[in-house]
Design a protein. Structure first.
Length: 157
């Protein structure tokens, strides 16, 4: 996938300013950890009570939600779009492909702060929890990402 038109720093600043409990997940989190991957996608896992401030913070960047907060809570996910797309997961918990339940509140309590190359911060799951999020879908690229994260984790110990 080609690089996104979204300026990551602008997006991360807006998310941080929103005060929303939001975690960057997916390959953008891996990029911030130094992984040699490319993606234009931005994926966040957001506390379901923080949809309105999150959306309001991204509105000045041109992003519009494709679902109301009530519908997003019912579906467990939604998108913010302006040509580019931000995928937002709002489920309280998600099961991995092997049936392990991963709960937002637990992941939030173990979060880490990651920094862009220009020193803009964003919250992310711990490496262990990021591995768990990669097991939500278990696509071939997720297996590659899990291998990278496992090596990174082993270097931290």
């Amino acid at each position: 996938m080609e690089s996104s038109l979204i300026d990551p720093d602008d997006l991360f600043r807006a998310v941080t300013k929103s005060g929303a409990r939001a975690l960057i997940i997916g390959r953008q989190a891996l990029i911030l950890l130094g992984a040699p991957v490319i993606t234009g996608d931005f994926d966040f896992w957001l506390h379901r009570d923080d949809i309105a401030p999150f959306n309001a913070a991204l509105e000045p960047l041109g992003y519009t939600a494709n679902r109301s907060p009530e519908d997003a809570r019912q579906w467990g996910r939604y998108k913010l779009e302006d040509g580019d797309q931000v995928d937002v997961l709002v489920a309280r918990g998600v099961s991995t492909v092997d049936g392990v339940m991963v709960h937002f509140d637990d992941v939030w309590s173990r979060r880490q702060t990651l920094w862009s190359d220009t020193y803009v911060s964003v919250e992310a799951p711990s490496i262990v929890d990021l591995i768990a999020t990669k097991r939500f879908a278990a696509r071939p690229k997720d297996a590659e990402d899990i291998r990278y994260l496992t090596v990174l984790l082993s270097k931290q110990r």
